[in-house]
Design a protein around this ligand. Structure first.
Ligand code: SAM
Ligand code: SF4
Length: 433
């Protein structure tokens, strides 16, 4: 979501003549787009801002801006000189619904004025802003902003505001443009894409229409809330060949009492039923989830129920988080009573189990052939490239006569818990098999 927002911000600044630089020493403006979901994310921003102190000492006229959720949440605290020593270096603070004001605030900053814009909006979707995309293969498209779910642990409805949807027509138009420009993959984004509604069109209608724009383009989406995952959407994913058979469905906990305290509005049985529906519609679907461990009052037995659910579902991947109390959320009033060492023990058990499951599932792919979209050079070796399967699994292949953006057929030769390794069978250029 932040990557997509950064591209919107770059789109707005590009129009005013700003250029992007990879070299901080040449920058006139440094903008940090921030996340507030957990305290850890905020601490990282503070230490990053600390690093900019020496930059500002050498070049006092440089403008430093903090954008996004942390700007929304901490507002003037960020310019307060006491705020972890970074107050004196922050010039501009802009929340997620005020990016249009950024060019004006930057020009005022050139004249020494600090600027803050943190109003949330019920209508802003940046529908008319062309994002400046720096990757020419895969594009993020925000189809909605904000969230109305108010899960008790989550700061998002407070920092990103209420749910609003972009227009069906402009999203389709954006996908058409991306197809003409040679993009190979789009991911429709929202905190809870399943509740997308524009006129008579729901999210399943949107996915179907987007998938019809260019049958050689891969279509992905994230994130789905289990309460709103409709049969119609499951059917649409199953029927449309170029909609990737990969679903990220955050469960958060395997214990009903905890799900209720989290205000998630579904129980374990509902979640397992959804998994069963997804698998019967698409036997090869890959599934990932989010899990929070150590939510207030979570017992050892409830933690065990989460592990049991993981064994039952056998996710292909999981993003795991220790519960982090967030000011002004409903669960902030609950006592954060699971001690840190127990949270660590529980998260380690979850990660270990997930690694075992993912290793076993990946090992079953040895000998199978997948079409992968080449994304770039492997991080570990310049002799290798990496790409992804339709099911979002990372595959490493030796370099060959193919380039970033090509689809190639690969037979898997070995695997570990995070990655598949393979040999190339066929170079398909721009076709989705
Ligand atoms: N909208 C998505 C959903 O409901 O599934 C999730 C968006 S949230 C930004 C991403 C993940 O961060 C959540 O699924 C949750 O696991 C985690 N998260 C959110 N608030 C958290 C908190 N206070 N402590 C720990 N993890 C948190
Ligand atoms: Fe946060 Fe819940 Fe909304 Fe996801 S659905 S963004 S967890 S409030």
């Amino acid at each position: 979501m932040n990557l997509a927002d950064s591209e919107i911000i770059l789109g707005l600044l590009d129009k005013k003549g700003y250029d992007l630089t990879d070299d901080m020493s040449t920058a006139d403006v440094i903008l940090v787009n921030t996340c507030s979901v957990r305290e850890h994310a905020e601490q990282r921003v503070y230490s990053r801002l600390g690093e900019f102190k020496s930059v500002k000492r050498k070049k006092p006229e440089i403008i430093v801006g903090v954008l996004g959720c942390m700007a929304e949440r901490l507002r003037s605290n960020l310019t307060d000189k006491k705020a972890q020593g970074v107050g004196q270096i922050v010039d501009v603070i802009v929340g997620p619904d005020e990016y249009r004001k950024l060019p004006t605030l930057l020009s005022q900053s050139w004249h020494g004025e600090k600027g803050i814009a943190v109003q949330l909006s019920r209508v802003e979707t940046y529908d008319d802003v062309a994002p400046l995309r720096t990757n020419g293969i895969s594009a993020w498209i925000s189809v909605m902003r904000g969230c109305d779910k108010f899960c008790s642990f989550c700061v998002v409805p407070l920092t990103r505001g209420r749910e609003r949807n972009r227009s069906f027509t402009t999203i389709i138009h954006e996908v058409e443009t991306l197809s003409e420009r040679g993009f190979k993959e789009v991911t429709l984004l929202g905190q809870n894409v399943n509740s997308y509604q524009n006129g008579n069109h729901d999210f399943a209608d949107l996915m179907k229409a987007v998938s019809k724009v260019d049958s050689s383009m891969r279509i992905r989406f994230t994130t789905s809330h289990p309460q709103d995952m409709s049969d119609k959407l499951i059917q649409t994913i199953a029927e449309r060949e170029n909609i990737c058979k990969y679903v990220h469905l955050p469960v958060q906990s395997g214990a009903d009492r905890i799900l209720q305290l989290m205000d998630r509005n579904y129980n374990r049985a509902h979640y397992l039923n959804l998994i069963q529906k997804l698998r019967s519609a698409m036997p090869t679907v890959t599934l990932s989830t989010d899990i929070i461990t150590g939510f207030p009052s979570e017992t050892k037995e409830e933690h065990q129920q989460t592990l049991d659910l993981m064994e039952q579902v056998r996710f292909d991947g999981a993003f795991t988080f220790k519960y982090s109390p967030r000011e002004n959320t409903p669960s902030f009033r609950m006592k954060d009573d699971v001690p840190e060492d127990i949270k660590t023990k529980r998260i380690n058990e979850i990660i270990e189990l997930q690694n075992v499951i993912a290793s076993e599932k990946n090992a079953q792919h040895v000998g199978q052939t997948f079409t992968i979209l080449i994304e770039g050079e492997s991080k570990k070796s310049s002799d290798e490239m990496h790409g992804r399967t339709d099911g979002n699994k990372m595959v490493i292949v030796p370099c060959g006569s193919y380039n970033v953006g090509d689809f190639i057929d690969v037979t898997i030769t070995r695997t570990n818990s995070a990655t598949l390794f393979g040999t190339v069978q066929q170079h398909l250029t721009a076709e989705v098999a």
